[in-house]
Design a protein around this ligand. Structure first.
Ligand code: FES
Ligand SMILES: [Fe+2]
Length: 401
C-alpha cells in the first residue's frame, strides 16, 4: 500500500519514540478521508478489536450485534459454550441479518439499527435464509431448482476470536498472532481487580461521535489535562501524580496511573468512592486510578470502587462510534442501594465528560486547520508518544506491503 496524501515514512517517524524527542502525528491523520481508508486497513484490518464482554452473552444463543471497522458482526455464544464472532452479512444478497426492518417513516433511510438478543438460529429478514449459531447455512427456501446449490457450502464468514480477562476480541486476520501473551505485563497490573469476573452494567453506544477515534483515545489516556481542563473537579487526582508504564515492544497495551490525594477517591463532587473498594486490592491500588488502552479499540479505567470500559470504532475520518459501560464486582451489584448510587456516580462522571467531549470537538476542528500543529509533549502525556509509535509502526508496515 502506498502512504496517502504524499506522506512519507520519514515524516511519520518523527512521531516515533519517547515524548522527550518526538512531535505529534501529521494533522491529516485526524481528518483526511484518504488517510482514514488507509488506516482502516493498516490498523483495523489485522489488529485484535474488542467486540464486547463475555458476561453480556452468558447462555447459548445470546448474541451481540456490533459494528467494527464498518463491518456488521455477530458475537454469539455457540451451542458448545464457546464464543464466536462472524460477519452479519447474509451470503445470499448481503442484507445485514441483525438489522431491524421494523422502522418508521422517519428513520427508514437512516443507517441500520442492529438488534442484540437471544436466538436459536439467525434468520435473515429478507428471504429467510437461516444460519445456525456457528454461521452454517441450514435452510434456504425455494432453492431446489438452483443448479449445484449446496447448503453445506455456505456460511457466514468467521473472524479469529480470543478472550482476555472477559473481554472478547476479534480479528479479521485469521492468521494473527495471539493477543494474550502480549498483554502479560498489563495482566499483572490488573491481577487484583479480577477483571474476568467483573460484570458490565447498562452499556450504551453513541453511534456518531464527531471527532477522529485517535482524539478520543488521546483524551482518555493522557493525564496532563486533568489539573487544567478539569481544574476543581479533578483535584483528588492531580496531574502531578501521573506516571506511565514503559512500553513493551510489539504490545498493544499502554497504560498509566494517577495517584489520588487520599485512598478511595472518586470522579464525583464528593471526591470519594461511592461503592466499596474492589475486594482484593491493596491500599496502594486504592490510592490510584489506572487508565489502560489495548490498541486500537479498548479503553479501560480502574478506580478504587469500580471500573469502566470504552470501545472506540471509527466510522469515518472525523467520526467514531463510542460504546461505554461501568463494570463492577458481582458483590457490588447486590448492594441494596446500587441503582441509586450508580445514578450518583454517572452524574459525577458527566461533569468530566462534558468538558472532555467539548474539548475533543474543538480539537478536531483545530486539527483540520491550515494552522494545525505537530506539537511537542509534556512528560504528563508521555503515553501519547507511545500510542503514536505504535501507530507509526503499523502505518509503516502497511506502506511496505
Ligand atoms: S439477503 Fe438474506 S436471505 Fe436474501
Ligand atoms: Fe478528561
Amino acid at each position: 500500500m502506498v502512504l496517502p496524501l504524499g506522506l512519507t515514512v520519514e515524516s511519520l517517524r518523527r512521531s516515533r519514540g519517547a515524548f522527550e524527542d518526538t512531535i505529534g502525528l501529521p494533522p491529516e491523520v485526524y481528518s483526511a478521508p484518504e488517510f482514514h481508508r488507509f488506516e482502516m486497513d493498516a490498523v483495523f484490518g489485522g489488529e485484535w478489536l474488542c467486540v464486547g464482554r463475555q458476561e453480556q452473552i452468558p447462555e447459548p444463543g445470546d448474541y451481540l450485534a456490533v459494528t467494527r471497522a464498518g463491518e456488521p458482526l455477530i458475537v454469539v455464544r455457540s451451542a458448545d459454550g464457546s464464543i464466536r464472532v462472524m460477519s452479519a452479512v447474509c451470503q445470499h444478497r448481503g442484507m445485514c441479518i441483525t438489522a431491524s426492518v421494523d422502522r418508521t417513516d422517519d428513520d427508514m433511510f437512516d443507517p441500520p439499527d442492529f438488534r442484540s438478543g437471544s436466538t436459536r438460529q439467525f434468520r435473515c429478514p429478507y428471504h429467510y435464509w437461516v444460519f445456525d449459531l456457528d454461521g452454517q447455512l441450514i435452510g434456504a427456501p425455494e432453492m431446489s431448482r438452483t443448479t449445484d446449490f449446496d447448503l453445506a457450502e455456505v456460511r457466514l464468514p468467521g473472524l479469529a476470536v480470543e478472550i482476555w480477562n472477559g473481554f472478547v476480541f476479534a480479528n479479521f486476520d485469521l492468521e494473527a498472532a495471539p493477543l494474550g501473551p502480549r498483554l502479560a505485563q498489563l495482566d499483572a497490573v490488573l491481577a487484583n481487580y479480577d477483571v474476568a469476573s467483573l460484570v458490565t452494567v447498562d452499556p450504551v453506544t453513541i453511534p456518531d461521535v464527531p471527532f477522529n477515534w485517535k482524539i478520543m483515545i488521546e483524551n482518555f489516556m493522557e493525564m496532563y489535562h486533568n489539573s487544567r481542563l478539569h481544574q476543581g473537579i479533578h483535584d483528588f487526582a492531580p496531574s502531578s501524580g501521573a506516571w506511565y508504564a514503559d512500553p513493551v515492544d510489539g504490545s498493544p497495551a499502554m497504560y498509566g496511573f494517577n495517584r489520588t490525594v487520599e485512598p478511595d477517591g472518586g470522579f464525583n463532587p464528593t471526591f470519594k468512592a461511592l461503592f466499596p473498594p474492589f475486594p482484593g486490592t491493596t491500599m496502594e491500588e486504592r490510592q490510584r486510578v489506572v487508565f489502560a488502552l489495548v490498541a486500537p479499540s479498548l479503553l479501560m479505567g480502574f478506580q478504587s470502587d469500580s471500573a469502566f470500559w470504552f470501545h472506540v470504532d471509527p466510522t469515518g475520518p472525523t467520526s467514531h462510534a463510542l460504546s461505554m459501560a461501568y463494570i463492577f464486582p458481582a458483590s457490588t451489584l447486590e448492594l441494596a442501594d446500587f441503582d441509586e448510587t450508580l445514578g450518583a456516580a454517572i452524574d459525577g462522571v458527566s461533569n468530566f465528560n462534558r468538558q472532555d467531549m467539548s474539548t475533543n470537538v474543538a480539537a478536531q476542528m483545530g486539527m483540520r486547520s491550515r494552522f494545525a500543529p505537530r506539537g511537542r509533549y509534556s512528560w504528563q502525556e508521555g503515553v501519547l508518544a507511545q500510542f503514536n509509535s505504535w501507530l507509526v509502526d503499523r502505518y509503516e508496515a502497511a506502506a511496505e506491503r
